[in-house]
Ligand binder design. Sequence first.
Ligand SMILES: [Zn+2]
Length: 260
Amino acid sequence: MRAIAAALVALFLASPVAAGTFDWPGGRKAAIVLTYDDALVSHLDVAAPQLEATGLRGTFFLNGTFAAKDIPRWRKLAQAGHELGNHSMFHPCPRAAFPMDPQFNSERYTVPGMLREIGAMNTLLTAIDGQTTRTYSVPCSISLAGGVDYTDALKASGAIAYVRTGVPSDAVVGDPAKLDPFRVPSRSFPETATADDLIAYVKDVQRAGGLGVFMFHGVGGDYLTVSSEAHQGLLRYLKAHEAEIWVAPFGAVMQRAAPR
Ligand SMILES: [Zn+2]
């Protein structure tokens, strides 16, 4: 009996934080961030209009290969309170990730070269939205340049405030205060995902009283696509629970979780 009690105490002490103790704005119990990678047209055509109609704000991580004609549309999103984040200029990834011009294989990069590229993308984004504080999402969620992790160098450079990565299947952050703000996990979903699948992740975050970050690519189009119905269903749930769940852009939520 005593052994069981001791085990329970150990379990309690090991748990990162009691549910719902993080100080989210308005006494809310959890925070959800909606992020969209790769500057896709379906973000402009589908995701953003759904967000606007629901009154929610997200983060669009742009790499520099979008069409010049769409600049006014990205600018309009920023003016409406959405965040434009940095996703590098040329989206370098390991050569095994997908077919790409060899010069954009991350194996061929150096850390200073990678930082220079991220800096150039910052400049482009500032030209679009006028902002000077920037967040970053890691292309392919692999922060290697020439085999060296550039995360600490990026942090030291001061160019970026917070970094979203991908990685773990369990991206429920129980205690945001213990987060590494340069390695914030996120959750992506397969093309078969339904609204209920997306909402189940939100409910896990609510139970933990913490933070959850969605990583979307295509929404109702493009690739790695979540259907527009699933996305809409998620937004409907978030709107219906806005008294308990804080939905805000990545930079704003991270500023609360890990103030700079
Ligand atoms: Zn990407």
